[in-house]
Ligand binder design. Sequence first.
Ligand SMILES: *Cc1c(COP(=O)(O)O)cnc(C)c1O
Length: 362
Amino acid sequence: MLLLKPNSGVMKISPYLGGQSHIDGLSDVLKLSSNENPVGPSPQVVNAIASAASKVHRYPSRNHTTLRERIAELHGLNPDQVIIGVGSDEILTLLALAYADSGTEVVYPEHGFLLYPTIAHIVGAYPIEAKETERCVDISSILDSITPKTRLVYIANPANPSSTMLEEDVIAQLCDSLPTNCLLVLDGAYAEFVEGFDGGAGFVRKYENVVMTRTFSKIYGLGGLRVGWGYASASVIDVLNRIRGPFNMSNIALAGAEAAILDQVYVKKCRDINSQQRMRLCDGFRQLGIKCDKSYTNFVLARFNNKKTADFVNNFLKSQGIIVRDVKAYKMPEALRITVGTPDDNDRVLNSVKLALETTCQ
Ligand SMILES: *Cc1c(COP(=O)(O)O)cnc(C)c1O
């Protein structure tokens, strides 16, 4: 008999269910389930990755200086306070490994990103869910959920899957009220979709217990490359660097992200396409009687009258080769999260959803 047991939280983790990418028997599949960039990566990134390929016999940089400097220059940050990770997932996880050990508590919003409770379980901490109000993060419920055992608070702003966003002054209020032995993590995975938004960098500058995370997976179109970064006080960065694997980033990933930062023309183009198309998708849904909040991201959360209709539409779309994300795991069974695609993609989505609703009404 095997006496070996995993650590206490491990078996509480439900395996991550990513966005589906295949439908049996269909070849023309439109994947709108993982908030990927429908335009693809910048050609400059593809070239940089190709050039880096001939150097993979060398170990990569351990300190990621070039990428940190480019990120810092673009965003007006101190490069010494930037850390690069294997997706922002790695930064989010390192924070818990560093600060939330067994028996402590990790707070996140009710409809928050599923990685947050998973991370809590990895380190043996208790995941604590704070109620939201109308799919918006509720600061007073976050504060009410904090106890002397709380070490970390994760908030995505804008949020996934609700697509809503907190105002700057609300975050400021949270920062002011947060106990100083507790770290606030502002997950800015979708920050670039909000023109002029700093993702929370200003709060990191002002509060030593605030961290911002960012990613190349969304607007930069590099989900498959696995690059994210964090911005924090020098003391937090020092702590994270002690845990981080010295060679966590490959040559290829670094070269791609370094090139991506330099191509801001591409980022602006993607942001513009997304804003236009997001509005079209929302308006189209509303005309069909489907509710959706104003989105600050590259996806729209379509809310139907009930779970049955959402399930029907989801299956109908699948039969048409369109994959979207049901958000039951996020406690919103009546909703579907749909990534904003190209104009053609969105035509296809709107037509199919309309057809689905006509079919259910019969
Ligand atoms: C997509 C996403 C991320 C990004 O994860 P990566 O590991 O950088 O690919 C982080 N947080 C939220 C809320 C997301 O939706």
